[in-house]
Design a binder for this molecule. Structure first.
Ligand code: AP5
Length: 208
């Protein structure tokens, strides 16, 4: 399956992608994780992206499109795109590279997002995401997948940056729902249910 996950920051796209990988048997590409890796490695891309990400803005289309093109070239059997496209120009660029099957929009109201963000903890090594209450790791503050790796708070989860990210989402990314609806590819799901219920709901909406 060639799947795009749409939704506000904190809607649960990364969590769903991680659950869907095994079920669909395709890799997930998270542009957010790739950019955070580039920042950690202090690459030229990372240096350019950091300022945008720290302030809750989008990284310029050209940079992200090139990054995506590189990664998607290895995904002949399908993919889950988590966090791409995020603008109409990105969606149009994607259309030139590949034809998606479904754009699944995970719907969560803004009021719920802040609570999710303050409890989020991430593994800097593999990108796995947890929540202190809603989706805790098996061992306190340690990644389930990377044994001894301590979890950390994402820099852009600070309340004022979360508000900026939500604003950016409504202005730049939400119009993609109409874009994919026009193409008959949009499906929407309620993202407010607990983690495992959301996964079941996603499978139902996707028909898998
Ligand atoms: P990115 O990393 O993509 O962040 P995002 O879209 O803002 O999404 P998040 O990762 O914050 O949330 P999510 O929906 O994955 O939720 P999660 O599963 O973690 O992008 C970061 C930045 O990079 C952007 O701001 C931008 O600057 C840049 N960028 C990335 N892609 C770009 C692009 N294409 N173009 C330009 N710039 C780009 O869940 C959130 C929390 O809630 C977790 O703690 C989780 O455990 C918990 N949770 C998940 N599901 C549930 C549930 N069902 N019930 C209760 N809690 C839940």
């Amino acid at each position: 399956m060639k799947l795009i996950l749409l939704g506000a920051p904190g809607a649960g796209k990364g969590t769903l992608a991680s659950q869907l990988i095994n079920k669909l048997g395709v890799p997930s590409i998270s542009t957010g994780n790739l950019l955070r890796e580039a920042i950690a490695q202090k690459t030229e891309l990372g240096m350019k992206a950091k300022e945008y990400m720290d302030s809750g803005n989008l990284v310029p289309d050209e940079l992200v499109i090139n990054l995506l093109k590189e990664k998607i070239a290895d995904c002949a059997n399908g993919y889950i795109l988590d966090g791409f496209p995020r603008t109409i120009p990105q969606a149009k660029a994607l259309e030139e590279i590949t034809s998606i099957d479904v754009a699944l929009s995970v719907e969560v109201p803004d009021e719920l997002i802040e609570k999710r963000m303050t409890g989020r903890r991430v593994c800097a090594k593999c990108g796995e995401t947890y929540h202190l209450e809603n989706n805790p790791p098996k061992v306190i503050n340690a990644c389930d997948k990377c044994d001894d790796q301590e979890l950390s708070v994402r820099k852009d989860d600070e309340a004022s940056v979360v508000r900026a990210r939500l604003e950016t989402y409504h202005k730049e990314t939400e119009p993609l729902k109409a874009f994919y609806e026009e193409r008959g590819k949009l499906r929407e799901m309620d993202g407010t249910k607990p983690v495992n219920e959301s996964f079941e709901l996603a499978l139902k909406v996707l028909g898998v």
